[in-house]
Design a protein around this ligand. Structure first.
Ligand code: FAQ
Length: 319
């Protein structure tokens, strides 16, 4: 053992030494040696994650002005601001890998970078805000708790901060659903309808089955991912079903049943055709989400110019 460690210590700029560090449970930092494919895979995943946080502000932003009370409006505003902050941590983490935020935004606008499938569905009424917080943030937490131990230091540290805020988000949504389920028949029907529409897309957030996930093999080897798509999806299902039952919601899956031997829920088939069509750009709201982002990015040119001018002025006055 000692001999092999010595050997690796002399060859720090090799893929072999890199893998040795990963297997040893070390974190990789921006200036450390890393294989080009590791860097590329991380830029892809972190930038898509950042875009998801920011695009994810839109379906909820739609309901700020129509929140049913001052309290619920304040909470929703705080939650949406958090999502913006999460996007910033993540863009900054990706920048440490040598890509600029401008480039990442250009890739998003050109349709070359993805963002989560889930944000291409419409938020039709207040119950949807409950379903987004409970199911979408609930799924995001399961994934992100696991990513706190991802092998890239800046990504891992961003995840630790983000997870602290996500658990408040999940409770915000669950509280809305629980309140509606204690309400009138119409309110209960609205909550159930939102559950029916968001359940399956939330399961798709974990990505394709492991057997159909092209990036998983390397991502697991490099510990970018600590658990696979299917493992995380199963965790989310097992944790969420008792929560639905507690407030009287029915999970819209006729094949769902408890598997006593495996101590987990077996679930029905996910509609992968829908998933691939949504991530290719043909979901109900893809065009709306992107054009909204492009419009406000262009409207914000003057802010970025003013910040640059201020920086220049400050630098000059220092000289
Ligand atoms: N949506 O080989 P894999 C949130 C793509 S944050 C769209 O399995 P990977 C907070 C994938 O990119 C939600 N595309 O890929 C919030 C790849 O295509 P590519 C975001 C997807 O990366 C709440 C292809 O399919 N969270 O919600 C999706 O190893 C409320 C093959 O897939 C993260 O991004 C999908 N769901 O595993 C904010 C977590 N799944 O790139 C506001 C970090 C797969 O080759 C309001 N990301 N694809 O063109 C991850 O953990 C991973 O990237 C996975 C996918 C697990 C999402």
């Amino acid at each position: 053992m000692y001999v092999s460690k010595q050997k690796h210590m002399h060859n720090e700029h090799t893929d072999e030494h890199f893998q040795f560090r990963i297997d040893n449970g070390e974190y990789i930092e921006p200036r450390d040696y890393m294989p080009e494919a590791y860097r590329k895979n991380l830029i892809r995943q972190i930038s898509q994650h950042a875009h998801s946080e920011v695009i994810g502000m839109q379906p909820e932003g739609n309901w700020i002005t129509r929140a049913p009370s001052l309290r619920s409006k304040q909470i929703l505003l705080a939650k949406i601001q958090d999502e913006g902050g999460h996007g910033l941590y993540l863009y900054s983490a990706a920048e440490t890998l040598g890509v600029s935020r401008t480039e990442m935004i250009e890739q998003l606008h050109a349709g070359k970078a993805k963002y989560s499938n889930i944000f291409n569905y419409p938020s039709l009424n207040w119950a949807d805000i409950g379903a987004i917080g409970w199911l979408v943030d609930g799924a995001a937490i399961v994934n992100q708790v696991s990513l706190q131990r991802t092998s890239y230091g800046p990504y891992s540290r961003a995840m630790v901060r983000i997870c602290k805020e996500e658990s408040f988000h999940q409770r915000q949504g669950y509280e809305i659903m629980a309140t509606m389920m204690k309400g009138t028949k119409d309110q209960q029907a609205m909550a159930q309808d939102a559950m029916n529409r968001w359940w399956w897309p939330a399961l798709m957030m974990f990505g394709p089955h492991d057997t159909d996930s092209p990036h998983s093999k390397d991502a697991m080897k490099w510990k970018i991912k600590r658990e696979t798509n299917d493992e995380l999806r199963q965790k989310f299902i097992d944790k969420t079903i008792p929560q639905a039952e507690l407030i009287g919601l029915t999970v819209p899956d006729k094949d769902l049943k408890w598997n006593e031997a495996a101590k987990k829920y077996d679930h029905g088939e996910i509609n992968w055709e829908e998933f691939y069509s949504v991530i290719k750009g043909d979901g109900p709201c893809n065009k709306q989400r992107l054009s909204h982002h492009i419009k406000y990015h262009e409207d914000g040119v003057w802010v970025r110019e003013a910040a640059e001018a201020h920086k220049l002025k400050t630098n000059l006055s220092v000289v």
